[in-house]
Structure formats: structure tokens, C-alpha cells
Design a binder for this molecule. Structure first.
Ligand SMILES: CC(C)(COP(=O)(O)OP(=O)(O)OC[C@H]1O[C@@H](n2cnc3c(N)ncnc32)[C@H](O)[C@@H]1OP(=O)(O)O)[C@@H](O)C(=O)NCCC(=O)NCCS
Length: 183
């Protein structure tokens, strides 16, 4: 996976009703460590990683790269939203040449159940539609990840196909914008 290529990064911070989406900063490091070591967050994405290892390996400013947003509420990071271009070799695709932009999201458990993930993802997708008009966005999530699946459908993703990987059924969906499509 790569960033977003020629798209200028970072954009000015994006403000929503309750959140700010921005590039990551050094002060977000503890929240990133919580995300990667939380058993609840890891349930459907490969499990929690050992805290000592994460604390040792996490860069001073984690995830500072094109397409990687931190979602902040009241001055504190509560989660991440990522938009990255997939490798062209990926077998799941919605256009012949592959290499679509993929949406990912991870929020701290105490921030679940308040609509923050949806609010942050909608803002990130709106930003993407502005810089790459008409670009389809794909998403892969375990079919058993009910919260994630509900969020994907709320954001306007529809199922393309299901497949087996990492010992579980995966849901691959896509969202199109542009004339005649949901925005
Ligand atoms: C996937 C994930 C981001 C979903 O978080 P979430 O908080 O459930 O998602 P949303 O932002 O859509 O919030 C929806 C919930 O907020 C509730 N809510 C409360 N106030 C709300 C408001 N003002 N606006 C919207 N929804 C609101 C909704 O009713 C819904 O509750 P429910 O789940 O009890 O039905 C979260 O579970 C997570 O980080 N999981 C771990 C990482 C992961 O698996 N990522 C997927 C990888 S592809």
C-alpha cells in the first residue's frame, strides 16, 4: 500500500461538528499505543500487540504519512482514519487496473457508540472527493465485525464480494461518487 501519490499532504485540519481531523503529532503517541495494544480494537484485525514491543517500536510521531488522519475530540486523539492506495496486485478490485483507494478506521473503545467514527470517515471521504473527484473507495472488513460493517454501510459502501483470508470471512465493499452515484 502507498499513500495518496500526488495529492498534497497534509491538508489544513478538517473540522466537523465534534471533531478535528489532522496529521498525527508526537502528543498522539500514547493513544496510538492504546489502539495497537487494545484487545477490543484488535478483535477483528489480527489481535492486540504486546505493549512492551509497541512502546519500544512506535516512532516518536506514529503514522505520519499521506492519507493518515488522526481524529481528535476536545484536544485528544480518539482514533484514526486512513485513505491509502492499494497495491495493484491485490486480487479484489472494482476497476480493471486495481490500485483503488482503501478506507480504514480504528477508534479507542471508549469512543465507540457515539457516531464519532462515522463523523470522521464522512469528513475524510468528503475531503478525498474534493482532491480526487470520482475516485472509487474500497473497504475490507471481517464479516463478523458487526460495528465495522454497520459503519461501512452507513457510509454508503455496498458489498462487492466476500472471500476467505486470515482464517475468517472478509467483506469487500466499494463506494462510488460522481454523477448518478451516492456522494
Ligand atoms: C469499527 C469502529 C470504528 C466502529 O465504531 P462505532 O463507534 O461503532 O461507529 P460509529 O461512529 O458509526 O457509531 C455508531 C454508534 O454510535 C451511536 N451514536 C450515538 N450518538 C450518535 C450520533 N450523534 N451520531 C451518530 N451515531 C451515534 C449509534 O447509535 C451507533 O450505536 P450502536 O453501535 O449501539 O448502534 C470501532 O468499532 C473500531 O474502532 N473497531 C476496532 C477497529 C476495527 O475493527 N476496524 C475495522 C477495520 S476495517
Amino acid at each position: 500500500m502507498t499513500g495518496l501519490g500526488s495529492v498534497a499532504w497534509p491538508p489544513a485540519p478538517i473540522r466537523t461538528e465534534r471533531l478535528v481531523l489532522r496529521e498525527s503529532e508526537g502528543r498522539d503517541r500514547p493513544a496510538f499505543i492504546e489502539l495497537f495494544t487494545s484487545p477490543e480494537v484488535g478483535t477483528y484485525i489480527g489481535g492486540a500487540r504486546p505493549r512492551a514491543e509497541v512502546e519500544r517500536l512506535a516512532p516518536e510521531v506514529p503514522a505520519r504519512r499521506s492519507g493518515s488522519f488522526v481524529a481528535e475530540r476536545d484536544g485528544t486523539m480518539i482514533g484514526t482514519v486512513t485513505l491509502v492506495r492499494r497495491a495493484v496486485e491485490q486480487p479484489e478490485r472494482v476497476r480493471p487496473e486495481g490500485g483503488e483507494v482503501e478506507l480504514g478506521y480504528m477508534f479507542l473503545p471508549e469512543a465507540w457508540g457515539s457516531g464519532y467514527a462515522a463523523e470522521a470517515c464522512e469528513a475524510a471521504l468528503e475531503w478525498l472527493a474534493g482532491v480526487l473527484p470520482g475516485e472509487p473507495v474500497v473497504l475490507t472488513t471481517q464479516s463478523g465485525n458487526a460495528r465495522s460493517l454497520r459503519l461501512a454501510e452507513k457510509l454508503g459502501f455496498t458489498e462487492v464480494r466476500r472471500f476467505e483470508a486470515y482464517g475468517a470471512e472478509q467483506w469487500f465493499g466499494a463506494r462510488w461518487t460522481g454523477p448518478g452515484r451516492a456522494s
